[in-house]
Design a protein around this ligand. Structure first.
Ligand code: ZN
Length: 251
């Protein structure tokens, strides 16, 4: 089974289409949430995501746009983007967002999906100590998560008291690159495919991942896309300039 893992597309259709064109063949898609918010094509991204897969967990922006949660925890720019997004979506889009399930879900035995973290869907999982506690307490070998927009993750082998972080080491910036991780027996993993549509790890290339369960391989991918086109749409829509500028910075 080959599973394409997408997260934090954030209404960036250019980035999504580029990832789909670059992705190796896959059988299923796991979408870790935040389909909308920040970018200029929320409806198109929802439609395209539904075409390619049926497995979703909801993100904080999906919840806010659907009215499932309030805008209290959103900064002014994010809140403005939510209000703009709500005006672009059809009632069917809104209903789809409202019905998205809360993580964790386990759509494939041995792989669970969350947006933020396992016990709190809105939590930013960046801290190794927290990650190792989760890995110590779970029996599920692979947890895929998003929300931080940082590609990489954590591994833990409780039986051998062996713990570590995972950071793809890439050589070049302007090209497509991949980083392969061999999944070892007895080791548990927390893996973040990175953000398709608004990377924040200093690398502006769109990010995604692919799990091959038969080969026991998890591959991180980065792919350059037409950032200028996504930026122009954001500016033409009258969304805050910061949302366009940050795509080129990868922050
Ligand atoms: Zn996000």
């Amino acid at each position: 089974m080959r599973i394409l893992v997408l997260s934090d597309i954030h209404a960036n259709l250019e980035a999504l289409e580029t990832c789909l064109a670059a992705a190796p063949p896959f059988d299923r898609v796991f979408n870790l949430g935040d389909l909308v918010g920040y970018g200029a094509n929320p409806g198109e991204v929802i439609d395209r995501s539904r075409e390619i897969g049926t497995v979703f967990v909801r993100g904080n922006h999906d919840k806010a746009c659907a009215g499932v949660s309030s805008l209290e925890d959103f900064n002014p720019i994010a809140a403005l983007a939510v209000r703009w997004t709500q005006k672009q979506l059809t009632p069917e889009h809104m209903e789809f967002l409202r019905a998205l399930p809360k993580g964790p879900i386990e759509p494939e035995p041995g792989i669970q999906c969350v947006h933020g973290s396992v016990s709190d869907e809105d939590h930013y999982l960046l801290n190794g100590y927290e990650a190792f506690k989760i890995l110590e307490s779970t029996e599920i070998p692979i947890t895929v998560f998003g929300h931080t927009h940082v590609q990489g993750g954590f591994r833990g082998d409780p039986a051998n008291d062996n713990w570590g972080t995972i950071t793809p080491d890439y050589r070049t910036r302007p090209r497509a690159e991949e980083h392969t991780l061999k999944l070892l027996k007895g080791v548990r993993y927390l893996l973040n495919p990175g953000s398709v549509g608004q990377p924040r790890d200093g690398d502006p290339r769109a990010a995604f991942a692919l799990v091959d369960t038969d080969a026991a391989i998890f591959t991180f991918h980065r792919i350059p896309y037409d950032i200028a086109a996504a930026q122009k749409k954001i500016r033409d829509a009258g969304l805050p300039d910061r949302l366009a500028a940050r795509l080129a910075e990868g922050h």
